[in-house]
Design a protein around this ligand. Structure first.
Ligand SMILES: Nc1nc2c(ncn2[C@@H]2O[C@H](COP(=O)(O)OP(=O)(O)OP(=O)(O)O)[C@@H](O)[C@H]2O)c(=O)[nH]1
Ligand SMILES: [Mg+2]
Length: 511
């Protein structure tokens, strides 16, 4: 196959992970910025950009923080998702289109040996349409890599009728040849056209060769909503009130002293971290009793029923959080959905080592043959990574829906906790107080609701303790809000059990 310019094209690189969940999330140095800056000020005057990567753990962008900051000036409040890296996928049009087609607004960034960074943005993106595409928002740019490293050069499209030439045999082609990238290996070409007015030397100096090309999907985060769409009071008094609610909680049935809450969800979603976070709030400092972390398979391999104490050596709180192994797409890996009904019914003992290839049997070691009401699960928390709900694989969605059907059959109330909202939205990374003002969070809450068929009112965002060494009271308030909802829902479980149907000697529900 040859390009219109007669060059032969490289082999098609087939992507197996185009729609895969992002593997690594990198925030562009936002979390470390001052959390004290006034909310109003940053909402109105500042824009944020966050960078994340589609399942390419080993692939990192070359963009430095100050370069990302300049991109903020060009793009506004966005997240950049790395789709393509020439040195990994190949410097060919086919490799580019296989990774970058149909991704929406797209940013192409080119790096030269002497350190220049330039490229182009198309709001319409690429789809191998084989036509000239009108795009009023397209522009070319060069970051300022000089002494001051602040203001980037922006060259807006002049005649937007042919802002890009989107053709499967061409790489990114801005303005029908004004600037073409990946059409001639590791060299850009430019020629005078009416579509962009610029001096080639301003973009890439004298030498058209480059050493790297990265392409990002540009996801709009949008501005903050003026008022919180769920009202939360962010005060120390509110934290104390919520802690008291949790400490004084009493399940509505005398035979049960602690509500048992099952935490379930995909690998790496933040299940163990959620327990650690709740535990931290009551311990008074950040804890990591449950091992958390990232691995190809679930870090949690055992069923664990965690008691939470009111401070070190304090008395146990009236709820138990049960951590589980992560769900996986691959067959024979992760939590088996068949284990869930057994957990709900209280047959699975603490410390049970999950077997991804075989469901728990009544003959399994420690199997609780006649569980009582106190051993059963009274509320289920689905934990989902807020950054991944939109691109949850069909297989994982199927498993979650299967589990939900079992939960419904067992009459167990359930909620969804969306973790990592700090990675999802830079506004939240700046301050957790923005969680219910973030359009990105609101969008993911709606997406989770649509994908799992769970009402929006049952979906709560949370920021787990993950990198912090000290507690932060806004975080605590958000975590405690989730806990309050869990306890209310657990009560709904007890409400469904008529008192006369509970065997007072064993505490078992007579059903
Ligand atoms: N930034 C951020 N990181 C989080 C959050 N929650 C969890 N993490 C991180 O995500 C990674 C996975 O968290 P875990 O709690 O181990 O997830 P898990 O669901 O228990 O994972 P498995 O046991 O492997 O299924 C860890 O590196 C956590 O620090 C969050 O709200 N924000
Ligand atoms: Mg875990």
């Amino acid at each position: 196959m040859t390009s219109p310019w007669g060059r032969s094209l490289g082999p098609l690189i087939v992507s197996s992970s185009d729609r895969a969940p992002p593997f690594t999330i990198l925030l562009a140095g936002l979390a470390s910025r001052s959390r004290n800056c006034k909310q109003e000020k940053f909402v109105k005057n500042r824009t944020r950009v966050a960078v994340r990567f589609e399942r390419m753990a080993e692939v990192k962008t070359r963009l430095a923080k100050h370069e990302e900051k300049q991109l903020c000036q060009l793009l506004g409040n966005v997240r950049l998702c790395l789709l393509f890296k020439g040195s990994v996928h190949g410097f060919t049009p086919l490799a580019f289109h296989s990774k970058c087609d149909a991704q929406g607004p797209t940013l192409v960034v080119v790096y030269t040996e002497p350190g220049l960074i330039f490229g182009g943005f198309s709001n319409e993106g690429f789809k191998s349409r084989e036509v000239l595409v009108k795009d009023e928002k397209a522009f070319l740019f060069r970051l300022n890599t000089g002494e001051k490293k602040d203001t980037p050069l922006k060259i807006p499209v002049k005649d937007s009728e042919a802002a890009i030439y989107d053709h499967s045999t061409l790489g990114p082609n801005f303005g029908n040849g004004s600037l073409t990238i990946l059409c001639s290996g590791m060299q850009v070409t430019s020629s005078a056209t009416a579509y962009y007015e610029f001096n080639a030397a301003d973009l890439y100096g004298e030498d058209p060769s480059f050493v790297e090309c990265e392409v990002f999907r540009v996801e709009s985060i949008g501005d903050a909503i003026d008022s919180q769409w769920r009202k939360i009071t962010w005060t120390a008094e509110e934290k104390k009130r919520l802690m008291d609610v949790a400490k004084n909680y009493k399940p509505a049935l005398n035979s049960v002293s602690q509500a048992r809450v099952l935490v379930v969800g995909p690998v790496g979603a933040g299940k163990s971290s959620f327990f650690n976070s709740v535990n931290s709030v009551f311990r008074g400092h950040v804890t990591s009793q449950a091992i958390a972390g990232s691995d190809a398979t679930s870090v949690t391999t055992k069923f664990r029923a965690y008691n939470i104490k009111d401070g070190k050596g304090g008395k146990s709180l009236p709820f138990v959080l049960c951590d589980s192994m992560g769900l996986e797409e691959k067959p024979g890996a992760g939590l088996k959905t068949e284990d869930v009904p057994k957990i709900l019914e209280g047959h699975v003992p603490d410390n049970y080592p999950f077997n991804p290839t075989a469901a728990i049997q009544s003959t399994s070691l420690g199997y609780i043959k006649s569980p009582s009401l106190k051993d059963k699960i009274h509320c289920v928390v689905f934990v989902l990574d807020a950054c991944k709900v939109g691109i949850l694989s069909e297989e994982l969605e199927k498993q979650l829906r299967t589990i939900r059907s079992e939960i419904i059959l067992h009459d167990v109330p359930h909620i969804v906790v969306l973790t990592k909202v700090d990675e999802l939205c830079p506004l939240v990374a700046e301050s957790v107080q923005n969680v219910y003002r973030s359009r990105a969070v609101e969008k993911q809450v709606n997406t989770a609701s649509a994908r799992l068929g769970i009402p929006v009112s049952c979906i709560l965002p949370v920021k787990n303790y993950s990198s912090e060494l000290e507690l932060e009271y806004n975080n605590d308030i958000l975590i405690l809000n989730v806990l309050q909802q869990i306890m209310r829902f657990a009560d709904n479980y007890f409400d469904n059990i008529p008192v006369e149907r509970v065997d007072s000697s064993s505490g078992s529900a007579i059903v």
